[in-house]
Design a protein around this ligand. Structure first.
Ligand SMILES: CCCCCCCCCCCCCCCCCCCCCCCCCCCC(=O)SCCNC(=O)CCNC(=O)[C@H](O)C(C)(C)COP(=O)(O)OP(=O)(O)OC[C@H]1O[C@@H](n2cnc3c(N)ncnc32)[C@H](O)[C@@H]1OP(=O)(O)O
Ligand SMILES: NC(=O)C1=CN([C@@H]2O[C@H](COP(=O)(O)OP(=O)(O)OC[C@H]3O[C@@H](n4cnc5c(N)ncnc54)[C@H](OP(=O)(O)O)[C@@H]3O)[C@@H](O)[C@H]2O)C=CC1
Length: 502
């Protein structure tokens, strides 16, 4: 019997961000391995016209929860969705709900965050810093609380090259930042943002670093731990390989490549692609919850959940394997054949942008206009290249994360727990993982049918023929123009192929 699974039995667990990528996999694993848990409270806001209940039903009806529902058939009764908006100062939780949460909660997993790199600083601070502070305040009033687990990111100190499992101080105190966001207007915030974030690449990593400081400063008397995952990718093994449901991390760019929009990327092939499967992050998080509650470490422990130091994969290898997978499992209705280059040179990137991105987009829009349709490709390309530019920082650098606490924790687990809550990234076979990842994107994100693969392959063949035809036509036109305008070209040509009558 797994000690960790048994630990969560009978517990009341509060999860923020449960409707997000990580939160859903966390809930699923809890229900599947500890079906006798008492209740999972999730803080949810209504979204896209759906009520809280509709959101919960949609999550539970997804393929992700099929196995969990077999093990725990009354999963609907064990989830309690609590209305909350972490953007509001009082978190918008009703008095009655607050009373219940305060009196019953045993464990808190705080996953909610804005993960957008370009979010306005005010919003990023509100969610990633102020909401964390408010939750810690709530946690301090929970008499039955055993552990508070905060999910941060391994990139919260990405301005450093070597990162230890410690909290690094930020130049300006989080409290001062929180206060200033309350009275500064948007224009001034925009102006001071670059100065405040300093050598951090964006407001996301900056506010996640501030969030960690808040945990350290205000989680004083609580049993707190921080988990820092790197780039969270599709599931490796559990509940099944390849599950993913959003465009974050590599997923969006894999789609853009598979659909033939993205043909070149400014990336360093030998930089470490520190992707970590979401099920590994969840297993570590649950193990951390157990250890923090049972062992009660004297200080706040930080756990790096990264792959690079134990089982590195590189962007070049990852890109190569992604392309190889498209040969076997192509995406439907591609714009061009998937074939991308990784280049680390800015000039080459600009050349490829002009030739492989803008030129085809302009030509295609011209064709759409000619056929009476609305042009859309240049707009799409514009958005794609803006997205790529935001991600470039992370695909042209490598970081070293020490993983002493994570390794220490692994050594404390029984063999059964090491199996059920496996977070040993050394066991991961990257080639297999990447193939399943691409397959998962096709099935669960793009919702494409596997039966359509032969037609998708036919479509790629047609695109290849169009490509050859286009290149041949281009060559002939260039040759004709050259022959018409340059005596030297004519001389060279007649030297190589003398006319018959000479
Ligand atoms: C030797 C050589 C070998 C040769 C082989 C070479 C072969 C090469 C082949 C290449 C194959 C490619 C495969 C590899 C890809 C690697 C790339 C991986 C990059 C990963 C970097 C991530 C680093 C993360 C580090 C930090 C970890 C965290 O904690 S962060 C959590 C994750 N957060 C994110 O991933 C970012 C979230 N998104 C954003 O910040 C924003 O959305 C944005 C800045 C990306 C865009 O914002 P904007 O305001 O402009 O628009 P928005 O409304 O948000 O979206 C616009 C449209 O873009 C779509 N979108 C959103 N996110 C992404 C995304 N990540 N990728 C692609 N597209 C995205 C979004 O849906 C919108 O679309 P529409 O709905 O159609 O409008
Ligand atoms: N994905 C990644 O690559 C990485 C993620 N992380 C960290 O992991 C955690 C989870 O990330 P991930 O699951 O990927 O992110 P998602 O964007 O998928 O999920 C974010 C969650 O936060 C919730 N949330 C956002 N704003 C509010 C709000 N105002 N009130 C209530 N809830 C809100 C979202 O709810 P809603 O559905 O209503 O929007 C959603 O449930 C984050 O802390 C992130 O920093 C760390 C490293 C990498």
């Amino acid at each position: 019997m797994s000690t960790i699974a048994a630990f969560y039995g009978g517990k009341s667990i509060l999860i923020t961000g449960a409707t997000g990528f990580l939160g859903k996999v966390l809930m699923e694993k809890l229900f599947r391995t500890s079906p006798d848990l008492k209740v999972i409270y999730i803080l949810v806001r209504p979204k896209a016209g759906q009520t809280l209940q509709q959101r919960v039903v949609q999550i539970l009806n997804s393929k992700l929860f099929e196995k969990a529902k077999e093990v725990c058939p009354n999963v609907h009764e064990k989830i309690r969705a609590v209305y909350a908006d972490l953007n509001q100062n009082d978190l918008a939780i009703s008095k009655g709900d607050m009373q219940e949460l305060l009196s019953c909660t045993n464990i808190v997993f705080h996953c909610a965050a804005t993960v957008r790199f370009n979010d306005h600083l005010r919003h990023a601070v509100q969610l990633n810093v102020t909401a964390t502070q408010k939750l810690l305040l709530m946690a301090s009033q929970m008499p039955k609380l055993e552990a508070f687990i905060h999910i941060s990111t391994a990139f919260s100190n990405c301005n450093l090259k070597h990162i230890d499992e410690v909290i690094y101080p930020c130049p300006v105190e989080p409290k001062k930042i929180i206060d200033s966001m309350e009275w500064l207007d948007d224009a001034i915030i925009d102006e001071i943002t670059p100065k405040l974030i300093g050598d951090q690449p964006n407001t996301y990593t900056y506010t996640k670093a501030l969030g960690e400081m808040v945990v350290q400063q205000e989680g004083g008397n609580l049993n707190v731990a921080i988990v820092r995952p790197s780039i969270v990718g599709a599931t490796w093994q559990e509940p099944f390989p390849g599950w993913v449901d959003n465009l974050n991390g590599p997923s969006g760019l894999i789609i853009a490549t598979g659909k033939g929009f993205l043909r070149a990327l400014r990336a360093t092939p030998m930089a470490v692609a520190d992707v970590i499967p979401v099920d590994i992050v969840v297993n570590l998080t649950l193990a951390v919850g157990w250890y923090t509650a049972v062992q009660r470490p004297k200080s706040t422990l930080i756990y790096h959940c990264t792959s690079g130091n134990l089982n590195p994969c590189y962007w070049g290898k990852m890109g190569f394997q992604v392309l190889a997978t498209f040969e076997k499992i192509p995406f439907e209705r591609a714009f061009r054949r998937p074939n991308a280059d990784l280049t680390s040179n800015t000039f080459t990137t600009q050349y490829w942008n002009a030739v492989s991105h803008w030129a085809p987009a302009i030509i295609y829009d011209f064709y759409l206009r000619l056929t009476g349709r609305k042009p859309r490709m240049t707009k799409l390309m514009n958005r794609l290249l803006r997205t790529v530019s935001m991600l470039e920082y992370f695909i042209n650098r490598s970081w070293e994360w020490s993983t002493c606490n994570t390794e220490m924790l692994m050594s404390k687990l029984s063999p059964e727990d090491q199996r059920v809550f496996n977070f040993d990234v050394r066991q991961l076979n990257w080639l297999e993982y990447i193939e399943n990842y691409v397959l998962g994107i096709k099935k669960y994100l793009l919702k494409e049918d596997m039966a359509g693969i032969p037609e998708a392959k036919q479509h790629l063949k047609r695109l290849r023929n169009i490509h050859y035809l286009f290149n041949t036509a281009l060559f002939l036109i260039a040759w004709r123009l050259l022959m018409a305008r340059s005596q030297m070209a004519r001389n060279v040509w007649f030297f190589i192929c003398p006319p018959y009558n000479l």
